[in-house]
Design a protein around this ligand. Sequence first.
Ligand code: F6R
Length: 242
Amino acid sequence: MQIIAVKDINEMSRKAAQIIREVVQNKPDAVLGLATGGTPEGTYKELVADYREHGTSYHKVHTVNLDEYAAIDPSDPNSYHTYMKDHFFKYIDLPENQRHLPNSEDISEQACARYDDLIASLGGVDIQLLGIGRNGHIGFNEPGTPLTIGTHVVKLTDSTRDANARYFGSISEVPERAVTMGIGTILKSKKIIMVVSGEEKADAMSKLVRASVPDSSFPASALVQHPNVTVIADEPALSLIK
Ligand code: F6R
C-alpha cells in the first residue's frame, strides 16, 4: 500500500483527480469505480475542471458506483444516483447508458449478482475510488462483513447513519439498508485509490496504516491483500501517525 501524504483536502483532490485522469487518458474506454460522500466531492470538481480545460473525454468510459441506499427513488435528492449526476455526470460527456449504480429498487440476491456480472462483463474495474468510514467501512461494508463476498444488501450501522444524517436532516430519515459492492468485488479492481481527509478520519487512518492482515472488524484492512492500492491522505487524517 502506497501512502501519499498531502497538506489538505484540496491537494488530496488534485492528486486523486490526476491519477484518475491518467487512467482515462491511457485507456479511453476505462471502467471507473466511483464513490460518493463528502471526501471525493473535490476530486469530481477537479475532474470537471480538467474536462472543461483539457477536454479529457468520457464518451467511451463506463462508471460503476460502489453503493446506493436501498428503497430510495433514484431521483431522490439524497440518492447516490442524484449525487453522481450533480457532482460529476451532468458536466461531462459520459453517455447515460454507461453510468451504472446498484439498483436501489430491486435488492434481490439476483439483482446483486447481476451487478457483479455487469462489472465482469465490462472487463472489471480499472481504477476504484474509495473513501473510508470512521469505523473503517469501505463502500457500505460495515465491520463484521465477510471480506470475500460480492455485491449484497447491508443493514447500516447507527454510526454510518449518524454520519450521513447531515444530508437527510435527521438520522430517522436515513435509509436503514443499502446495496454495496462487497469487499470481494472491490478487491477485483485492478487499481484502488482511497481518499482520506480530516481529523475525524485520523483514528481509521492510523488503524489502516497499522493493519497487516485482513480483519473483518476493520473492513479497510482487506486492502492489505491488494497489490495496487494508493491512499492519499491529508495532514489532519495523518495526525495520529508518528
Ligand atoms: C460512499 C462510500 C462510503 C464513504 C465513506 C466516507 O460511496 O462508499 O464508504 O466513502 O462513508 O464518507 P465521507 O467521504 O462522506 O466521509
